[in-house]
Design a protein around this ligand. Structure first.
Ligand code: SF4
Length: 113
Protein backbone atom coordinates (compact mmCIF):
# COMPACT_ATOMS: atom_id res chain seq x y z
CA UNK A 1 0.00 0.00 0.00
CA UNK A 2 1.25 3.49 -0.85
CA UNK A 3 1.32 5.78 2.19
CA UNK A 4 1.21 9.55 1.73
CA UNK A 5 4.54 11.32 2.27
CA UNK A 6 4.92 12.68 5.81
CA UNK A 7 6.15 16.28 5.76
CA UNK A 8 5.72 17.18 9.45
CA UNK A 9 5.40 15.17 12.63
CA UNK A 10 4.97 16.40 16.20
CA UNK A 11 3.59 15.24 19.54
CA UNK A 12 1.61 17.54 21.81
CA UNK A 13 3.00 16.56 25.21
CA UNK A 14 0.15 18.40 27.01
CA UNK A 15 -2.44 16.14 25.34
CA UNK A 16 -0.42 12.93 25.75
CA UNK A 17 -1.71 10.57 28.42
CA UNK A 18 1.24 8.16 28.09
CA UNK A 19 -0.73 5.13 26.91
CA UNK A 20 2.33 4.02 24.92
CA UNK A 21 0.15 2.89 22.00
CA UNK A 22 2.28 4.95 19.64
CA UNK A 23 5.52 3.53 21.07
CA UNK A 24 4.24 0.01 20.45
CA UNK A 25 3.13 0.94 16.93
CA UNK A 26 6.42 2.56 15.94
CA UNK A 27 9.27 2.36 18.49
CA UNK A 28 11.75 3.70 15.92
CA UNK A 29 10.01 7.10 16.07
CA UNK A 30 8.26 7.41 19.45
CA UNK A 31 9.64 6.82 22.93
CA UNK A 32 8.31 7.27 26.44
CA UNK A 33 10.43 8.81 29.18
CA UNK A 34 9.21 10.01 32.56
CA UNK A 35 5.56 9.71 31.56
CA UNK A 36 5.83 11.79 28.40
CA UNK A 37 6.07 10.61 24.82
CA UNK A 38 8.58 12.31 22.61
CA UNK A 39 10.05 11.85 19.19
CA UNK A 40 13.36 10.01 19.04
CA UNK A 41 16.30 12.26 18.08
CA UNK A 42 16.76 10.44 14.76
CA UNK A 43 13.04 10.16 13.91
CA UNK A 44 13.45 12.09 10.63
CA UNK A 45 15.22 9.17 8.98
CA UNK A 46 12.13 6.96 9.48
CA UNK A 47 9.50 9.33 8.08
CA UNK A 48 9.67 7.70 4.66
CA UNK A 49 10.39 4.08 5.54
CA UNK A 50 7.96 3.87 8.49
CA UNK A 51 5.18 6.14 7.22
CA UNK A 52 2.54 3.45 7.56
CA UNK A 53 3.47 2.71 11.19
CA UNK A 54 3.51 6.43 12.03
CA UNK A 55 0.06 6.92 10.51
CA UNK A 56 -1.11 3.85 12.42
CA UNK A 57 0.23 5.37 15.66
CA UNK A 58 -1.60 8.60 14.87
CA UNK A 59 -4.81 6.65 14.41
CA UNK A 60 -4.31 4.73 17.65
CA UNK A 61 -3.67 7.82 19.77
CA UNK A 62 -6.90 8.39 21.72
CA UNK A 63 -6.16 12.03 22.49
CA UNK A 64 -4.95 13.07 19.02
CA UNK A 65 -1.65 14.13 20.57
CA UNK A 66 0.21 13.01 17.44
CA UNK A 67 0.04 15.55 14.63
CA UNK A 68 1.01 14.35 11.16
CA UNK A 69 0.98 16.50 8.06
CA UNK A 70 1.21 14.67 4.77
CA UNK A 71 1.66 15.45 1.13
CA UNK A 72 -0.91 15.26 -0.40
CA UNK A 73 -2.92 16.50 2.61
CA UNK A 74 -5.47 14.09 4.07
CA UNK A 75 -8.98 14.98 5.16
CA UNK A 76 -9.14 16.11 8.80
CA UNK A 77 -9.95 13.23 11.16
CA UNK A 78 -12.92 13.64 13.48
CA UNK A 79 -12.18 15.13 16.90
CA UNK A 80 -11.43 12.81 19.78
CA UNK A 81 -14.06 12.65 22.55
CA UNK A 82 -11.12 13.16 24.94
CA UNK A 83 -10.19 16.46 23.29
CA UNK A 84 -10.02 19.01 26.14
CA UNK A 85 -11.71 21.66 23.97
CA UNK A 86 -14.88 19.51 23.95
CA UNK A 87 -15.17 19.53 27.74
CA UNK A 88 -18.52 20.91 28.84
CA UNK A 89 -20.08 20.69 25.37
CA UNK A 90 -23.54 19.27 24.88
CA UNK A 91 -24.08 15.72 23.59
CA UNK A 92 -25.19 17.14 20.22
CA UNK A 93 -22.00 19.22 19.91
CA UNK A 94 -19.88 16.24 20.97
CA UNK A 95 -21.50 13.95 18.39
CA UNK A 96 -21.10 16.59 15.68
CA UNK A 97 -17.40 17.12 16.48
CA UNK A 98 -16.60 13.42 16.71
CA UNK A 99 -18.84 12.56 13.73
CA UNK A 100 -20.88 10.00 15.60
CA UNK A 101 -20.28 7.75 18.51
CA UNK A 102 -16.68 7.52 19.67
CA UNK A 103 -14.96 4.13 19.37
CA UNK A 104 -16.62 1.64 21.73
CA UNK A 105 -13.78 1.27 24.27
CA UNK A 106 -13.97 5.00 25.01
CA UNK A 107 -17.70 5.37 25.63
CA UNK A 108 -17.88 1.97 27.27
CA UNK A 109 -15.23 3.07 29.78
CA UNK A 110 -17.18 6.22 30.72
CA UNK A 111 -20.63 4.63 30.52
CA UNK A 112 -19.65 1.93 33.03
CA UNK A 113 -18.62 4.45 35.72
S1 SF4 B 1 -0.78 7.10 21.87
FE1 SF4 B 1 -1.05 9.34 22.13
S2 SF4 B 1 -1.62 9.61 24.25
FE2 SF4 B 1 -0.76 7.56 24.05
S3 SF4 B 1 1.42 7.77 24.54
FE3 SF4 B 1 1.23 8.01 22.33
S4 SF4 B 1 1.00 10.22 22.00
FE4 SF4 B 1 0.60 9.84 24.17
Amino acid sequence: MNSPRIVRLSVDSRACLAHELCVKACPQVFSLAEGVVSLNPNFQQYLETHAEQILNAEGLCPTRAIVVETEPPRPQPPASPLDPTLKGKSIAELLRATRGLPPMPLWWKFWRR
